[in-house]
Structures are given as C-alpha cells and as structure tokens.
Design a protein around this ligand. Structure first.
Ligand code: NAP
Length: 308
C-alpha cells in the first residue's frame, strides 16, 4: 500500500512539537498540505480552511485535526463527508454527543475515525496495566499539577467554555487511568475551582469508585509552580505501582522498571496507519465522559481571577 496522503488542520504548538516529527519519520504517511487560519507549514501548500483545502487537493486521503476541541466537530464532519479518514487530537470534541455523531458518520462511510489519547502510549502504561491485571488495585491517587502560565501561554480557548481548563492536561491522566485499571470506575463526587473571570476550571478534585472496594482520588491543579507533578500511585496487596512524569517512569514495589523510550506521537501515527489499512475505527470517549461527569456532578467554587 502506498503512503497515506495526509493533511493537517489547525497548525499550532502540538503540530510543531509532535505531529510534524512523527509524520516525517513514518513512511506510511505523505504530508501534502495544511489548513489553518493564520499558520502554514514550511514547504507545504497552506489553505485558510479545510473546505478550501479539500476542494483544491482532492487526492488527500486523511486529515489530522489539531485545532482546539470547540472547533473540531465542524472540521471532522467536513472531512468525513468528503470521504477522508480522521485523526482527532485529544480531547476528541467538546461534547460526547458530537463524537457519537462523528462515529456514526465514519461507520456509514466506511472511514477510519481515531480518537487519539497520546498519554496512553507513554512507556509505563502497558507494563502498569499488565501488573494491575495480575495484582488487583485497592486504591489509586492521581496528582496532575502543573503551571498553566508555563505550558499554555496565551491560549485563550483553553479558558473558554469547551476548552476544559485544567481538564486539558487532566484528561491525559484520565486516559491513563481508564487504560490501566482492570475495572470500570465512576465519579462519586467532585469539586471544581473556577477563576472568577474564566469559564473553565483552574483546579479540580475528583473521587471515583468501582463496583467493588476500589477508590480513586484525582487532584488536578494549574497553579503549581516549581516542581511539576504528573503522578499516578496505585496500591495493591503486592506493593505500590507508581507512574511518574506522565507515564515516562515506572516503579513497582519500590523498584524502578526499565522502560522503552518515550514515543507517544510516533505510536499514535503507527496506530492510525494500522486502523486505516484495516478499515477500522478506534473511538473511545471514556476519559471525556469522566470530564463531562465532573462538570455535571461537581460542586463549583469561585476562586480569585486568573491573569496570564
Ligand atoms: P494552539 O497552538 O493554541 O492551537 C492550535 C491551532 O488551532 C492554532 O495555532 C490555530 O491556528 C488553531 N485555532 C486556534 N483557535 C482556533 C479557532 N477558534 N478556530 C479554529 N482554529 C483555531 O493549541 P495546541 O497546544 O496545539 O493544542 C491543540 C490541541 O492539541 C488541543 O486539543 C490540545 O489539548 C492538544 N494537545 C496539545 C498539547 C500541547 O502540549 N500543547 C499536547 C497534546 C495535545 P490558526 O490561527 O492558524 O487557525
């Protein structure tokens, strides 16, 4: 099979940091063009809108949609309607229902829809999952605390409704939680802290349980300066499992485990190519569902205004 003719829509930070190097290193893809209101990719034809791009370059077979989540549905709908396979950056959309609509559209057209969750491809995730499948977890503590001014400077969309606020990084933790736990958990209570001048939370505390005795506490905070924390600590009867640095490092019963090198985006593009070749989709909204539940069940606390 020849390389999949790909285009990128919404050229910004993550495209430059991760998508471009991962695509360049993967012979299954040939990057043909981009569509973005203000930005282009060096050496490639750039269009202002996806509609303009698909009309001018009908040979495009697949698109990666990397704009903020509030604008993903319209682009995904246009791409699927035009017969293109679709890679959705995380989170896959602004609502669960719009992703369900895209899933049905992709299925009706025999196209691939891929809800990508890059953190699930962190090197600690599959070894942790295998350990927890054999050693039942009794408690889990998720600590995802980072400095929003460092990681998201000038990103207004992230503070607007649908931008998810602190759940933008927090959903990465939830994507790992939902991958490694052997049982399904659900939210039992939550509190969300909203800056008085913003429509999205700056901090959240979430409590989950499963049908049995497992309890999960997740703490997300965007006000962390100094050392950043992206840790998941799981108690089992046979020792503690600790994933740190977002899943780049793993300890089991106090012993650091040897892991593969981090390759989240190369892994995502290998998965996307395999799905396209197999004529399949991979649509998993479990992390987004937990976030939606938090907005539905969480107590709202107004905290001091946030200024960049
Ligand atoms: P970004 O740089 O702020 O936005 C990406 C691009 O989307 C922008 O450069 C902009 O390009 C376009 N865009 C912005 N607002 C838009 C709007 N209102 N309508 C249409 N297009 C708009 O964001 P990012 O950090 O790359 O994140 C994009 C997505 O990737 C998010 O869902 C995020 O969660 C995910 N992600 C980000 C990271 C990260 O480290 N930053 C990591 C993993 C995943 P134009 O102005 O040219 O249209």
């Amino acid at each position: 099979m020849s390389a999949i003719k790909l285009a990128i829509v919404g050229v910004g930070k993550i495209v430059h940091d991760q998508h471009l190097p991962a695509i360049a290193a993967n012979p299954d893809f040939a990057l043909l063009a981009s569509a973005s209101r203000n930005n282009t990719i060096d050496g490639l034809p750039g269009f202002k809108t996806i509609e303009e791009m698909l009309a001018a370059a009908p040979e495009i077979e697949a698109v990666s949609l990397c704009m903020p989540p509030q604008y993903r549905y319209a682009a995904a709908h246009a791409a699927l309607t035009a017969g293109k396979h679709v890679f959705l950056e995380k989170p896959p959309g602004a609502t669960l229902s719009e992703v369900a609509d895209l899933e049905a559209l992709a299925a009706s057209k025999g196209l691939t829809l891929f809800t990508s969750w890059h953190s699930r491809y962190a090197p600690a995730v599959q070894p942790a999952k295998a350990y927890l499948a054999a050693h039942a977890p009794t408690a889990m503590h998720v600590i995802w605390k980072e400095d929003v001014r460092h990681w998201h400077p000038n990103q207004d969309w992230i503070w607007q409704a649908g931008g998810l606020g602190v759940f933008d990084p927090g959903i990465n933790a939830l994507s790992i939680v939902t991958e490694i736990l052997p049982s399904q958990v659900f939210l039992t209570s939550a509190s969300l802290e909203f800056p008085e001048n913003r429509d999205a939370p700056i901090a959240a505390e979430l409590h989950f349980q499963d049908a049995g005795a497992l309890r999960v506490l997740a703490e997300f905070d965007w006000r962390q300066t100094g050392k950043q924390s992206w840790d998941i600590i799981v108690d089992t009867a046979d020792g503690q499992v600790k994933l740190s640095d977002g899943g780049a490092r793993l300890w089991i019963a106090g012993e650091e485990q040897p892991l593969d090198k981090e390759a989240e985006y190369p892994s995502l593009y290998r998965r996307f190519a395999a799905l396209v070749k197999a004529g399949r989709s991979d649509v998993d909204v479990a992390p987004l569902r937990h976030v939606a539940d938090a907005f539905m069940l969480g107590r709202r606390k107004v905290v001091e205004a946030f200024h960049d």
